[in-house]
Write a protein that binds this ligand. Structure first.
Ligand code: HEC
Ligand code: HEC
Length: 429
């Protein structure tokens, strides 16, 4: 009994740790295979497939996930999710991972190998048997291809993606472009700035040496057979779809406007160069006036780097993205201009503040000087009068006083001046 209990506990611990390990393995696979090209997890990833952030709550059990990973459209008719796993073990790790998403803790229940649901029982073993052989993981392309080709077309009830795939029509780059979106290629590939970045940018795929129609056909049918280790999934494509995609891919080339800037862009680029030169001078002036210009210089050199990039693009005759660079540099120039204007305004405020203080001081001292002078003059005048009265009272100047008393005209003169407006304060300034 006791031993059984310990054994059970041990088993629980072991299975819990191994479940955890497989969640980690699944997460690693999820990243390595580029599932994020089509699925968002916690805000990261593409939007072609459902958001998986809360996959635990969807209620699919482990077996459902494994079957789905091994044969997406077998489980979800019409699914454009490609088969991206090699073995049942990988599918199991991925199942553990996606079932942990959004769950507080992975429930141990799904470990029980529930018998496969009725729906696809006949098809499932065959599909699982093929890739389960782990003998050759390095050369896995064959099984998926075989599976894909052997699989019957999705039932008619499925959301009909078929009409495009009618054969006999001439290959059309336009239909190819629509397919490119519909099949989820955009989840991993960018064209002219639109799309994911798990796979290479395909803007000029039609000019890549060696990537002719034949290469594209082989690559689409089985990416790993052409590019060993490729994480691009093999797609279930009809002959007509393949032809349309090839027409689209081989037509992805430079356009005339990719080789040289438009007249309008050229003008803007020239103006930008001049503006940055002017800004450089203004930054130097701001520096001379005491501003710390480290931040401005960082911005300035970021803008100049973009200008250099565009210069290089023009030189090499490939100006794709040049307008974005110009726009970004213009944005920086605008920001710099505003920062310099703010500094100038600050400086002006400081100068006018200082002006007001100086003017206030000058005015104050002028008023005081004037007041003192007036007082002195008034006092002088009063004293003069008193002297005169005293002199008149005595009727004869005393020799001693005569020396001190100024001549009679002086008081008058002083009086006049004291009534006159004050002299300009120039001498004080
Ligand atoms: C090219 C786009 C694409 C890629 C790549 C892709 N998926 Fe999907 N996935 C889909 C689409 C579309 C669906 C919805 C149809 C379906 O269920 O098959 C889906 C459905 C799913 C579901 C079921 C969601 C639900 O609850 O309905 C899971 C889980 C899933 N994908 C996981 C993965 C994993 C793991 C990988 C990488 C091995 C992957 N997907 C790669 C497009 C993609
Ligand atoms: C899950 C991500 C993913 C999806 C979805 C995907 N690709 Fe890819 N693709 C890649 C990766 C990774 C490479 C680089 C390895 C290789 O060449 O296979 C690549 C390479 C390519 C290349 C060769 C690019 C070059 O110049 O080297 C072409 C062309 C291409 N993919 C077309 C497509 C088309 C068309 C689709 C849709 C039917 C598609 N891809 C869907 C990941 C993806």
């Amino acid at each position: 009994m006791r031993r059984a209990a310990i054994g059970a506990a041990l088993l629980l611990v072991v299975s819990a740790t191994s479940a955890h390990a497989s969640v980690e393995a699944g997460e690693t696979l999820f990243k390595a295979r580029g599932c994020g090209g089509c699925h968002k997890v916690n805000g990261q990833g593409g939007a072609i497939g459902p958001d998986l952030s809360n996959e635990a709550a969807k209620g699919h059990d482990r077996e459902w996930h494994i079957k789905h990973f091994l044969d997406p459209s077998g489980v979800t008719p019409g699914s454009m999710m490609p088969r991206m796993v090699k073995t049942r073990e990988e599918a199991g790790d991925l199942a553990d991972y996606v079932m942990s998403l959004g769950a507080t803790e992975t429930a141990p229940a799904p470990e029980a190998p529930a018998p496969a649901p009725e729906e696809k029982t006949e098809a499932a073993p065959a599909r699982e048997a093929a890739p389960a052989g782990e003998a050759a993981p390095a050369a896995p392309p064959a099984p998926p291809k075989a599976v894909v080709e052997a699989a019957p077309p999705p039932p008619a009830a499925a959301p009909a993606p078929a009409p495009v795939s009618e054969p006999s029509a001439e290959p059309s780059a336009e239909r190819g472009q629509a397919l490119f979106r519909k099949k989820g290629c955009t989840g991993c590939h960018s064209i002219r700035g639109q799309g994911g970045s798990i796979g290479p940018d395909l803007t000029f795929e039609g000019e890549v040496a060696g990537h002719d129609a034949d290469w594209q056909r082989r690559h689409l049918a089985d990416p790993r057979a052409v590019t060993p280790g490729s994480t691009m999934p093999p797609f279930r494509l009809s002959e007509a779809e393949t032809a349309d995609l090839i027409a689209f891919l081989t037509g992805l080339k430079h356009r005339p406007e990719d080789r040289a800037l438009s007249a309008e862009a050229k003008e803007r680029f020239t103006a930008l160069g001049e503006r940055l030169e002017a800004l450089k001078a203004r930054v130097a002036r701001a520096h001379a006036k005491g501003r710390n210009v480290d931040d401005l210089n960082v911005e300035l050199s970021a803008a100049r780097t973009r200008v250099t990039t565009v210069d290089e693009m023009i030189r090499t005759g490939n100006v794709v993205g040049a307008e974005d660079e110009i726009k970004a540099a213009e944005g920086i120039a605008q920001k710099l201009t505003e920062q310099l204007q703010a500094f100038d305004a600050q400086l002006r405020d400081r100068v006018s503040m200082a002006g007001i203080v100086v003017a206030g001081l000058l005015f104050g001292s002028f008023v005081i000087t004037r007041k003192v002078r007036l007082l002195v003059r008034e006092w002088d005048a009063a004293e003069g009068e008193r002297e005169a009265r005293r002199a008149r009272g005595r009727k004869g100047p005393a020799p001693s006083e005569a020396k001190q008393t100024p001549p009679p005209e002086v008081p008058e003169a002083t009086k006049e001046t004291s009534e006159a407006p004050p002299e300009p304060p120039e001498e004080d300034a």
